[in-house]
Design a protein around this ligand. Structure first.
Ligand code: MRU
Length: 353
């Protein structure tokens, strides 16, 4: 299985996704600043993967901190956490990871600082391993919606590379294949950074899943001609009302899917759901450098000085989403908010295939 990130010998090893698919190379981060840089420059990307990177970056930086009290330790760690939080704004997983690490420290505040450092490392490793298990559970719930012979369209990369392993949107596909179903994937190339072409196509080919690459503007025509049975995408942040932020272009895919009666599913680990915001309008959308649009592979493809809009994500209103597939089952977007409550009867809420 492709591993986007690992903790090896007190280093954070990141597979450099900016060089894929032509070169498989790794960056061994010995300092949290290297992790922050890798997140900002998309060497590691994808909501769950950057959450894991943030947890590991915090653990990495804690190792070198000198403090003789819990308060001193927290004060020294806070700027590192702030750097992680401001590295990329849309995915909620970074905040989720920072809060998890903070919670661990608060619960163990009576312990010596040296012990806390060890706990942070173990927690960061656990964040990675749990993510893989969560994805497998998403895969089991999601595979029910894929029939033998289906063709699935996906946008961007919500695969193993975007997570600890196995992926979110790819998990139902991989699970369906493991169950013996024949499944084909259509991957949108995903301008401007081409995560679909460079990453999804690459990792699915590695996994032996038949994958066909299309330009983003082909998706509608393929749906209209009946060549796509369902869409599955990932999410960077899903609001309480089921509005979904994901890679720019996801909204267009969802609207086209509705127009053509193609089911549109979102694979969302609970760590990607932001129960604190009522709707997608409040999700911060990252603006990325114009060069991502004006240049392709370092070569200019637009006149110098042209104005550019380069929003990395868009928000798909909940009404376009057939179901949100989580590790606890698939749910109608309007029912997502109920997952935050204790004692809710999930069996009643689950969407059946
Ligand atoms: O800019 P990226 O490559 O980080 O965008 C990634 C996506 O939009 C993914 O679909 C999302 O993070 C879900 S990953 C399981």
């Amino acid at each position: 299985m492709v591993r986007a990130i690992e903790w090896i010998d007190d280093r954070v090893r990141i597979l450099d996704q900016s060089r894929l698919p032509h070169e498989v190379s790794y960056i061994d981060c010995s300092h949290h600043g290297m992790v922050v840089d890798a997140i900002k420059t998309l060497k590691i990307r994808g909501a769950p993967a950057i959450g894991i990177a943030a947890a590991m970056g915090i653990a990495l930086s804690a190792r070198g901190l000198k403090a003789d009290s819990f308060e001193g330790f927290m004060d020294a760690l806070q700027p590192v956490m702030d750097e992680m939080l401001s590295s990329r704004p849309t995915a909620v997983n970074i905040r989720w990871a920072v809060e998890r690490m903070k919670g661990l420290l608060q619960r163990n505040r009576e312990r010596p600082v040296e012990e806390l450092k060890g706990l942070l490392i173990e927690e960061a490793k656990a964040v990675l391993e749990e993510d893989i298990e969560v994805n497998k559970a998403i895969g089991l719930w999601g595979a029910q919606f894929i029939r033998d012979g289906d063709t699935v369209l996906t946008h961007c990369n919500a695969g193993a590379l975007a997570t600890g392993g196995y992926g979110t949107a790819t998990a139902p596909i991989l699970m369906a294949v493991e169950q013996g179903k024949e499944v084909r994937v259509i991957a949108d190339e995903t301008r401007p950074v081409l995560q679909g072409a460079r990453l999804t196509a690459w990792e699915l080919m590695q996994a032996g899943v038949p994958v066909t690459l299309i330009t983003d503007n082909s998706a509608g025509a393929l749906m209209r001609s009946g060549e796509i049975d369902l869409c599955i995408v990932g999410t960077d942040r899903t609001a309480r009302n089921g509005d979904v932020a994901n890679k720019i272009g996801t909204y267009s895919v969802a609207v086209l899917a509705r127009e053509n009666d193609v089911p549109f599913y979102v694979a969302a680990p609970l760590s990607s759901i932001d129960f604190t915001i009522p709707s997608g309008e409040l999700i911060p959308i990252e603006e990325r450098p114009p060069e991502e649009v004006t240049h392709l592979g370092g070569h200019p493809v637009a006149p110098e000085g042209v104005m550019v809009i380069n929003r990395a994500f868009d928000v798909t209103p909940a009404r376009y989403v057939t179901a949100i597939i989580t590790e606890r089952g698939a749910f109608r977007p309007r029912d997502i908010k109920r997952l935050a409550r204790k004692g809710v009867n999930l069996t009643e809420l689950r969407v059946k295939p």
